[in-house]
Design a protein around this ligand. Sequence first.
Ligand code: AMP
Length: 420
Amino acid sequence: MNFTEFAFHPRIAAGIQAAGYTQPTPIQARALGPALQGRDIMGLAQTGTGKTAAFVLPILQRLIHRSEKSCRALIIAPTRELAQQTHQAIETLGRRTGLRSATVYGGVSIHQQIQNLKRGADIVVACPGRLLDHVGRKSLDLTRIEMLVIDEADQMLDMGFLPDVRRILACLPQQRQNMLFSATMPDEIRTLADNLLKDPVTVQINAAKPADTVQHALFPVAAHLKTPLLFKLLHGNDALSVLVFTRTKHRAKRLGEQLARAGYRSASLQGNLSQNRRQAALDGFRDGTFQILVATDIAARGIDVAKVSHVINYDVPSTTDAYIHRIGRTGRATCSGDAFTLVTEEDGAMVRAIDRVIGHRVERRTLPDFDYRARSQEPDTVRASAPRPRRAAPPSPNPFARKSASGRFAGNSPSYRGGR
Ligand code: AMP
């Protein structure tokens, strides 16, 4: 299938080309047709499937014939990062359309947003709380909305935003096209969908299994040696783009600092950061200024960074869904990637669950030149219990030395050391 089949306006086709898209992704192939006809859409898909363009392109196509500089399309997103990313996708795909998009989210000055809205925006990408602030101040008029998108609805639910979303829905005109996207379908989202969508076309992109382009490995290690093992894994590799997941904000922050102190170009992304610092961390990771980004699940939810070479689960995720979600950041499209998970003895149940979801026993790796019996090398990661020696799996070489199928990273570079 080709984008020409959808007969996009030439200015939108130019945007698609500028974005470098040649073929629609599966969700686009299935959702674009009905969405362009004005049908309501229920999209069961997560980040990484190309869902953003699946709703942005129909919005552009509908609005391009008549730019009124009043808000006619509203996209609601759970996090500032997702809102910002969606806005950027609109800017890229709509660069030749003359249509304007504005973002509305908390954590930054409302006055600048009011100025932006005054200048006229055809599309508003918003987080629920700040959107309601603007509605209350009458700085945003929602009475001309023709298209509504609720993105990552299940995340909206997890973050407690559904009451705000319902309040927003009450401000919208009845006659409009609705698109709802969610990675999962808990009961509350099913109810929201039933109330919101009229005769929807449901498009489900199964992401239950991770992409074949991802290679998985588990690294058994004592809890107090996780940080040294992480450093060992990273040692000497500068060309990589590594997303590290931790369970807590505190740990993300501390690990980011430890990596930076050791000379790595690293940053952390966690909920306690100011909006500016979050954006700087994300932008820096995207443009390669930071080689390593340490994040929590919540902070990283929805973020889209092309070409993550490695996802490292410093802490195991709490569910297999979270595992799939985390590693969905690597091995995208035609790139291959690696998903490494540090596992301790306490993680047995999760390890079995990961094996099940991958469909086979995931490779267990040990590093031949790592001292698994060492006492703590990181004073602040010491645990009360002494390390117990592990039964070693067959040794494998430096896990990063293997060149990926895409040849994306060159291998070892001497310039950054996991300096201990
Ligand atoms: P999303 O799931 O919308 O966050 O998109 C994931 C990534 O896929 C983004 O970097 C998009 O730019 C990219 N993408 C979306 N559609 C296509 C396409 N048709 N061809 C290639 N890349 C795409």
